[in-house]
Design a protein around this ligand. Sequence first.
Ligand code: C2E
Ligand code: CA
Ligand code: CA
Length: 791
Amino acid sequence: MSFLQRSVLALRVLLWVLAVSLGVFVLATGLGVMHERDRMLMAAHGDVQKTLNGNMGAIAVALWSYDTPSMTALLRGMTQSGALVKIDIQDDQAVLASATRVDAGRVDKVWTVPVMAPDGKKQIGTLSVSESYVEVDKHIQAATVTLVITQLVEVIGLAFIIFIIVYRLIARHLHALAEDVVALDPSAPGAVVAMDRDRVFNDELDTLVTAINRYLRDRSEEMDKRSAAESSLREHMAEIEVMLAALSDGVIAVDGECRVRYANSAARNFLNAYDRQVEGMLLDELLHFVLEPDGRLLDGLCRTVVVEGVPVHMRGNVRIRPTTGIEFDAKVSAVPAPDSGDVAMILVFTDISAEISKERQIEFQAFHDPLTRLGNRSLLTRDLARDIDRAARQASRLAVLCLDLDNFKNINDALGHGVGDVMLRQLAQRLLALVAGSAWVTRHGGDEFIVVLPDIEDGEQAATLAEQIMVEIARPFRIEPHELRVTSSIGISLYPDHGVTIAELVSNADMAMYEAKRDSRNAYRFYELGLLHRSTERLSMENGLRVALAEKQFALVFQPKTTIATGRINSLEALLRWPGAPGGAISPAVFIPVAEDTGLIIEIGAWVLRESLFVARRLREQLGYSLPIAVNVSPIQFRSEHLMNNLELLASIEPDLAELLEIELTESALSGNIPEVTKKLNKLKEYGFKIAIDDFGTGYSSLAYLKNFPIDILKIDQAFIRELHVNAQDKAIVGSIVQLGKSLGFDIVAEGVEEKEHVEILADLGCDLAQGYWFARPMPEADVIARYRQS
Ligand code: C2E
Ligand code: CA
Ligand code: CA
């Protein structure tokens, strides 16, 4: 059998040869036999004719004489052999004689021949001749059998010989080759096939072997290359996996069907799937994306990224909801993977819940006032822009109401900030309740509020609201044990009548508010164009300040600070004067804010510092001792880089700079970025300057807040001193500031000391220093020298 298996090709050749040669044989033999039969038939027929011709004369004579026995004898003689098996003679009436061969058999052909009279002139009868070809057919049959047998033997023999040849020369080699190839270990290096046979010339089989070997060699080289590439890839993969495992971000790789192929350990942690087999799961079975703030499920993120090939990055507006585990705010990047390989998308995500909640808190802080929790200036800017936009689109109006309490400062001064704060909170609640639904309120620091009333048709609605607000505010505030009454002034500007930008609307409402305050207080006013002239005034002041700076129109006066216990001068405060101001001398309380707004304060402040130093040096020379001069430093100046640069410059020309200058800062300079402020204060302390907090008690900072800063002196604001001798509450406040302040190591200065009683009370309360008209008004340098030379 195995031999047969190896000879399939040869067998097939054998069968084909057999089939084809048998076909050819059958055809050729058939044709040959038919031809031979025709020939033999013709010959037999010829013989019959010859016999007839040979006997025709005798037959004619016998017929002529009606010699029946002769005719019968003649006919019998003719039918003894050959194809002629039967013959009749008939005249025109009847059959006269007839002869038939005994074993006549089948008759194949019957034909007639005329018999002529012996003179050949007239037909005297007819011969009916019957021929039989049985003999011929027998002969042909015998010949055919012989032919078929010999030819078949020949054909089969030939086919077998061809089979043997094909088997020996081709089939067995091919079979061996095929077995070799099948058995070949493709990973074995240098595997080749060979053929075991003798031949003189190379033939197609050799070509085949060469081709196979070349293919094997190429393939083995390719496999070497591939396995090298694979092993380096494996190394890379291992490195990448270590890296991914170390990442704190969750990383999930999914295939084109969004099935997880890989998830690093951070991802498993986030999804609470540490001990689960996640590979093979659909991403949907592992987690859902929830859109913020509406909580909608974001279905098909994976599909979109995979199909459209567009990356998606989300932060702050998406949460991840694991199918097991707790939902969290997430930062998500879903990036389509390059076309190659199984991975279709990489999902990177991390839990930013803590960050987000801090951001929300910061955002709330950024947009809200911590005291009243109303929106602040930033919120106003943001939301007013939105409302203006809408009004513009709907061609409607909106009103900006700027509201300021008329006598809030008194309450603050008299009862302390605690009470003031409670009142502001109550006020905020009242405003909120009043405008609920129709308008919104923000606080602008201090006692200033802005109410925005959108979607109105005319100013009347705004006026009505202003009246309601005034009534609401005028209701007494109950803050045990007090019952407090305040009034308010309101300025109103309308969009688009009085301005189209936030700045215009707010500043015009503000201007109108001041106008209301100046006129009568407890009133509201709409903005009018005439109010503009104030800002023109301001503009001319700005220009004036620039000119003053360039032309050195500024001057300094100096006010002594006196040690209460001894009555001796302790130091001076430099106060700025602008004698050449347009329209006559104006208070620094008026022009300093303008200088601050325009930034001119930086240069002016630099000049004050420099000038004060020069005066102090001259005083040291003239008086024979150092009299330090305190210089007011504006918050703007304090925050800018210039201050430190200036001081450095001055320190380079005066080694004892800190003996000659002190620094006065208001509380507002200390607000804001605490680390930055502390750094600056420390820098000032490095120079050795004494630092004073000016106007203490008017701002919002507490002593507890100040104690964290390197501060030396507190200057109690004039407001607390003014009625010290008549107002027990003020006295209590000053007393507690002195006590607490001293316990924290501050020197205390009372400002605005105008009365003898002030001095006595302050001495009683233990205050160290006093400054005010009672001791001296601010005076020019020359007066200082004249006055203090002898002391
Ligand atoms: P301040 O620093 O609180 O200065 C004290 C103010 O009180 C001065 O007003 C002074 O003239 C006034 N004063 C002193 N004693 C009495 C008194 O017994 N009764 C009354 N009613 N007032 C008294 P001035 O000079 O008009 O200055 C006003 C404010 O302008 C200053 O308040 C200060 O904040 C600012 N300022 C003055 N000069 C400068 C300066 O050079 N730079 C900066 N940044 N601000 C300055
Ligand atoms: Ca001052
Ligand atoms: Ca002051």
